[in-house]
Write a protein that binds this ligand. Structure first.
Ligand code: PMP
Ligand code: GLN
Length: 383
């Protein structure tokens, strides 16, 4: 068969989770919590399963859920969005990203992404006939955290550039944006026809008192942005695959044209349940930064005497560990070897990059119960 994605293999998340399963390793690779959603949310799902919540939801999403999303956006990011024309519930952030990319990219268009980049972006651009332009995030002496190379971005934007995809808090590094970064980006796309996708699935997981810089906050960026989020991260329910896209009416209109042919509508009992839960229990997402900050601190404390080098993550539920003091081995082989030999699975960072970076880094998910983190850390400290 003449493949439409000839260079695509199996996603690293399936590869590493399968390997972890095969070797009964502690799985800190694929990002999912080891704990359940709040019982009150599970009870709401059960309620709707038993009370007529099982037929097709509206194509754009259940009204109560879209209203709850709009209320949250207004409370947190200070913008009043219309749930009927600016909010669409989608089949996880993955579908939201895919549909936003199909809605914007025409054959021959260029799409800028920042490496390391989440692995679903590029194939979606390729299927739309676009070309992905990779710009590596850089680490400098002045700023040792991964950050945007603004000069390189400026020189990459040209009349073929249709879309820039950003993801902060950033998977895999956990870095976040400052409000000045949003202003700088706005300057760069001013007077262009460039759209933006802001992948904000970790919007509620930002540490050390920092504020999440949603593109929804920023008047200029908002006009050209599809902001995508996921309930999987926020409610400890990655398997539900329910997310949403918030975008101005003209963009939402085009987004929905694609969304209706990709999946038409999204699982209904879970939408009814989240709609109620979000409205009644806003304290859940307000408490999430502290909940995960404690997990981060626990994990970092447990491995502080290991030979890994790290700076504590600023957001997400991932911690990058640099293993250059331990071995020179490439990250994919090393991640697989650690899974087989010490029983701890992680994600090699180079799979998110077009050009294999010289750094030696693995990503570990700390959305796990303490005993799992303790066991994993104990093994990592032996290296
Ligand atoms: N974007 C990023 C940066 C992610 O880490 C993930 C992981 N789940 C997704 C998108 C996809 O989210 P979902 O599971 O809701 O499709
Ligand atoms: N977002 C998750 C991660 O980064 C995995 C998502 C997936 O398996 N597609 O680990």
């Amino acid at each position: 068969m003449n493949s439409k994605l000839p260079t695509t293999g199996t996603t690293i998340f399936a590869v590493m989770s399968n390997l972890a399963h095969e070797h009964k390793a502690i799985n800190l690779s694929q990002g999912f919590p080891s704990f359940n959603p709040d019982q009150a949310l599970l009870d709401l799902v059960t309620h709707y399963l038993n009370n007529n919540g099982n037929q097709y939801a509206p194509m754009v999403g259940v009204p109560k859920l879209r209203q709850s999303i709009a209320d949250k956006v207004s409370m947190l990011y200070g913008r009043s969005v219309d749930p009927d024309t600016e909010v669409t519930v989608c089949d996880g952030a993955t579908e939201g990203l895919f549909s936003a990319i199909q809605a914007t990219v025409h054959p021959g268009d260029e799409v800028i992404i920042f490496d390391p980049a989440f692995d679903s972006y590029e194939p979606a651009v390729t299927l739309a006939g676009g070309r992905t332009v990779h710009i590596p995030l850089i680490e400098t002496e002045a700023n040792p955290d991964y950050h945007i190379d603004w000069e390189r971005l400026e020189s990459a934007i040209n009349e073929r550039t249709r879309l820039i995809i950003l993801n902060f808090p950033h998977n895999p590094s956990g870095v976040i944006l400052e409000s000045e970064d949003l202003d700088r980006l706005a300057e760069m796309v001013r007077n262009t026809n460039v759209y933006l996708i802001s992948d904000e699935v970790y919007e509620h997981i930002v540490f050390d008192g920092a504020e999440h810089q949603s593109f929804i906050r920023h008047d200029e960026l908002w006009e050209r942005s599809f902001v995508i989020s996921s309930f999987g991260k926020t409610y400890h329910a990655t398997g539900w695959k329910v997310g949403y896209c918030v975008a101005p009416p003209a963009l939402t209109n085009e987004f929905r044209k694609i969304h209706q042919w990709v999946c038409y509508a999204v699982v209904s009992p879970i939408q009814y349940a989240i709609g109620d839960y979000m409205a009644s229990t806003p304290e859940h997402y307000k408490a999430l930064p502290i909940f995960y900050e404690e997990k981060r601190d626990r994990f970092c404390d447990l491995i502080k005497n290991s030979r890994f080098i790290f700076r504590p993550s600023k957001g997400t539920f991932f911690q990058i560990l640099d293993y250059s003091e331990i071995t020179d081995e490439d990250d994919t082989s090393y991640a697989k070897r650690l899974t087989r030999e010490i029983g701890v699975a992680s994600i090699p960072v180079s799979v998110f990059c077009e050009k294999v970076p010289s750094s030696r880094e693995l990503r570990f998910c700390f959305a796990k119960d303490d005993d799992m983190l303790e066991k994993a850390a104990e093994r990592l400290c032996r290296l």
